[in-house]
Design a protein around this ligand. Structure first.
Ligand SMILES: Nc1ncnc2c1ncn2[C@@H]1O[C@H](COP(=O)(O)OP(=O)(O)O)[C@@H](O)[C@H]1O
Ligand SMILES: [Mg+2]
Length: 321
């Protein structure tokens, strides 16, 4: 029997896994499952969910299928509350010892960090068979009719309907929330490690939440990757770089994408460190104050950028209505 980890929000009910234990799937002994267990396909493999996950949740639409995992839209049967169910191949997920138990790093970090309105809530996680992890997250987005709700999808829809990116006020609302999430993480010694439009979900009220902590890094564990859009200093492979200022650059790139929907620079230019000022479409160029802030965040030299997320938040542009 393995007790599963339960977030405070769901603590009225402790879920107990009686199908398979970690040590059992690590040693590879075979198991039979009751037919009531749900089976989901992830990268051609049929993954059987633990009985209590099957008993508590229904799985509906597939939201995404990537190298690391598949994510499904589902509902908690008793409350109809929407959830996102993520299945990850165990070999693709780093594990750490958390409270003396082998735990996927994504779950350990999210359990360590106090809840925040702009960070997705992990409701539960468990082992699935064969050798997969299953995570139950709160679902955040537009709901069943339009379940894919990342900023990438949102910007694509806006670009199609308006022919351009966000307005300055819309971008300010999103950046405020994204920076608040990053500041909260940093306060607890964590960097997201994969900040990008596809890892932020948005609902119809314009509230955003950061998802996908599969590549997150802890400060005390030393320097690590950050972002799919790499700052120039990360191309100097042998030279250590600061995560905090590298993250500012990545946030600057995301900020730019809110207006332009593309990366601010080609990779070759980033590698050669010949960036120069960012270019905007003249029909959707934000105010000088906004451009100045984005430029500042995207400086080649890390120590020429704002030195903290809080410094970005305190910039005059955020004081505007
Ligand atoms: N909690 C959630 N609410 C809404 N959609 C989600 C949620 N978690 C994941 N998704 C959807 O699933 C996709 C993949 O999830 P993610 O955690 O980023 O996994 P991966 O490691 O495969 O990138 C996201 O881009 C988003 O569309
Ligand atoms: Mg992702």
């Amino acid at each position: 029997m393995t007790s599963l980890n339960v977030r405070p929000e769901d603590s009225e009910k402790t879920i107990v896994c009686d199908t398979i234990t970690l040590s059992e799937w690590v040693t590879g002994r075979s198991h039979s499952y009751p037919e009531s267990n749900q089976v989901v396909a992830h990268r051609g493999i049929n993954v059987t969910l633990p009985l209590q996950v099957s008993a508590e949740y229904t799985i509906q639409t597939k939201l995404a299928s990537g190298t690391f995992g598949s994510v499904f839209y589902g509902e908690k049967k008793s409350t109809s509350r929407p959830v996102a169910i993520k299945i990850v191949e165990a070999s693709m997920a780093k594990t750490v010892l958390y409270n003396g138990k082998k735990t996927p790093k994504e779950a350990a970090l999210l359990q360590k960090i106090p809840l925040h309105p702009n960070i997705i809530n992990l409701i539960d996680w468990a082992e699935a068979y064969p050798k997969h992890w299953v995570f139950i997250f709160e679902y955040h987005g537009y709901g069943q009719d339009k379940p894919k709700s990342t900023l990438r999808h949102y910007l694509r829809d806006i670009a199609r309907s308006r022919g351009q990116g966000l307005t300055e006020n819309e971008a300010r609302n999103i950046m405020r929330q994204l920076l608040a999430a990053c500041s909260h993480l940093e306060k607890h010694g964590v960097y997201h490690g994969d900040l990008k439009l596809g890892n932020v979900v948005i609902n119809p009220e314009g509230n955003i939440k950061l998802i996908d902590f599969g590549l997150a890094v802890e400060v005390e564990r030393g320097l690590g990757r950050t972002g799919s859009i790499f700052p120039p200093e990360m191309y100097d492979y042998c030279i250590p770089y600061e995560l905090s200022t590298a993250q500012i650059w990545v946030l600057g790139a995301v900020f730019y994408q809110l207006f332009e929907a593309t990366n601010p620079f080609h990779e070759e230019r980033i590698k050669s460190k010949a960036l120069g000022p960012v270019m905007f479409n003249r029909y959707n160029r934000p105010s000088n104050e906004c451009v100045e802030l984005i430029d500042w965040m995207l400086k080649v030299e890390p120590n020429h950028r704002p030195q903290s997320v809080n410094r970005v938040i305190s910039h005059g542009w955020f004081g505007c209505v």
